[in-house]
Design a protein around this ligand. Structure first.
Ligand SMILES: Cc1cc2nc3c(=O)[nH]c(=O)nc-3n(C[C@H](O)[C@H](O)[C@H](O)COP(=O)(O)OP(=O)(O)OC[C@H]3O[C@@H](n4cnc5c(N)ncnc54)[C@H](O)[C@@H]3O)c2cc1C
Length: 480
């Protein structure tokens, strides 16, 4: 569980590379997170070579691999699990809404039509799209170290030149000219020593973890959704579903922080996905915390099922039909980039001349890090009464470029942003969007023979179908 005495991650200096190493004061072994190129351990297999490696096969990594490969660059997508799709597939988060007007992403979402509500086959659809684009996929391969080239004169820092994978047949080194970190937790950037922040500014607490699950045996015509909607449905005493749930939580009929039980449509009419379990004070990068979250979250499910059968109209005969492979983690590391997107940028609809994602409309969706329910988000009924709606905002390219590393691009929920902005761009379609941008940017930086930080972003914007910067009336720049 999170050590509340040191909420914001400490940083120290790596003796090898003169770069920041987060956590090194408390976890000395973290210093062993990289190897120096040209010194493979004795007896290891010869390294594989690609032009672009994408680490992490979630929504961001899938799109990064597709766009890098579409440019003709030899691309490898590496994933620790046995399926593509990341949190969406393996943690059963199957709601993908269109929160951006970036035309490349809209076209990509069109190609997923018919699959987004079906987590059983979405992973295969993703794999087809990645392979059709020409990228190779390597599953069951976990990034455990980075290959670093030391700081060169005039560079932004050490260069990430590959990764070392833990595989069932032993370590495998893959070298590449560009690496995209789409691992959610930013494992590559972390191992390479990049600086990052976690959680909310006041205490470092992150959003809670959740075990999603699916139920069958729902009598659809009797449900609140079929009888006017969950929000407008009233129980005999006049209470709403959310009020009834909070009251049951206060009476101890639900686990302590389960103050909201959300039901989402599923593949079939008699099924629902349930987003309700809540495990607070979890650091999703700590295996001990993850173990606690997996077990505690799964133990909450039967209690929530009893509650649903007792109170939710149409759920009297419902049963659990699917449990996820892994616990869902909403928030971990946010790396410091050339620009850090702020909550205010989202709320004021800020635009940038180096925008790589445009028209972002996803709500700032913060599930309570320290209690039940949501503190900000999509519901109008959260306790704090706040429901901030972003104006359509841009994500500038600077958020994808780590502050002090070369050779590396960030994509998905680990890009550079504050706690509030992260709560908006963590939605899957926006992770896809930063992934698509990172893949094109990796390829373009090779075309231009420059490091990502020095990229002329216009070819990437053209590939993404983004309005040219001079057309944006109040645009600003984040590139140096
Ligand atoms: C409970 C919950 C509900 C949510 N609800 C919604 C919703 O309704 N709609 C929505 O759009 N979003 C939702 N989200 C958010 C969304 O699922 C995530 O923010 C999004 O999936 C992040 O995408 P990503 O590609 O950055 O990372 P991920 O989806 O986490 O993918 C990262 C991938 O990297 C792999 N990986 C990690 N470490 C390594 C390693 N060392 N080596 C190799 N591979 C590695 C992982 O296995 C994973 O496949 C929800 C999240 C949670 C937890």
């Amino acid at each position: 569980m999170i050590d509340r005495s040191s909420p914001t991650r400490a940083a120290a200096t790596c003796p090898t590379c003169s770069i920041l190493f987060a956590l090194s004061k408390t976890r000395p072994n973290d210093r062993k997170g990289h190897i120096v190129v040209n010194s493979p351990p004795p007896g290891s297999k010869p390294p594989l070579r690609f032009e672009v490696i994408v680490c992490g096969g979630g929504p961001a990594g899938i799109c990064a691999a597709i766009t890098a490969a579409e440019t003709g660059r030899r691309t490898l997508l590496v994933e620790a699990a046995g399926r593509l799709g990341g949190t969406g597939v393996n943690a059963l988060v199957n709601q993908i809404r269109r929160w951006t007007d970036t035309s490349y992403v809209e076209r990509f979402l069109d190609r997923l039509d018919g699959f987004v509500d079906d987590s059983e086959f979405l992973d295969l659809r993703y794999a087809d799209l990645v392979q059709e684009a020409g990228a190779e996929i390597l599953l069951h391969a976990t990034v455990g170290e980075t290959v670093l080239r030391p700081v060169a004169q005039g560079s932004g820092g050490p260069t990430v030149a590959g990764v070392r994978l833990a595989t069932p047949s032993g370590p495998l080194t893959v070298e590449a000219e560009r690496v995209v970190d789409a691992s959610g937790d930013g494992v590559v950037a972390f191992l390479a020593g990049a600086a990052f922040d976690c959680g909310r500014p006041e205490d470092g607490l992150m959003q809670p973890a959740t075990i999603m699950f699916r139920v069958g045996g729902v009598d659809h015509p009797a449900t609140m959704e079929a009888r006017g909607g969950r929000g407008s449905y009233r129980f005999p005493d006049g209470s709403t579903w959310d009020q009834l749930t909070m009251a049951a939580c206060a009476r101890g009929e639900l686990p302590p922080n389960v103050g909201k039980v959300r039901t989402y449509p599923a593949e079939r009419r008699d099924e629902r996905y349930i987003n309700a379990t809540q495990i607070n004070h979890v650091d999703g990068t700590d295996p001990f915390d993850l173990t606690h979250a997996e077990l505690e979250g799964r133990r909450q499910v039967p209690v929530i099922m009893d509650f649903l059968r007792r109170y939710a109209p149409g759920f009297a005969d419902a049963y659990v039909s699917l449990m996820p492979a892994v616990v869902g983690i909403r928030e971990t590391r946010r790396f410091r980039g050339l620009y850090t997107l702020r909550r205010e940028d989202c709320l004021t609809g800020r635009r940038w001349d180096d925008a790589v994602v445009t028209g972002c409309r996803a709500p700032i969706d913060i599930h309570n890090p320290d209690g039940p329910g949501q503190v900000e988000g999509v519901s109008k009924e959260h306790p704090a009464g706040r429901d901030p709606a972003p104006q359509p905002y841009d994500i500038p390219y600077g958020c994808l470029v780590p502050e002090a590393l070369d050779g590396l691009l960030l994509a998905g929920r680990c890009i550079s942003g504050d706690h509030g902005a992260h709560a908006s761009y963590r939605w899957q379609s926006l992770c896809m969007a930063t992934g698509a941008a990172a893949g094109f940017a990796a390829a373009a930086s090779l075309d231009q023979n420059v490091q990502p930080r020095d990229l002329d972003i216009r070819p990437v914007q053209n590939a993404l179908g983004i309005v040219r910067p001079q057309d944006a009336s109040n645009a600003e720049g984040t590139q140096p």
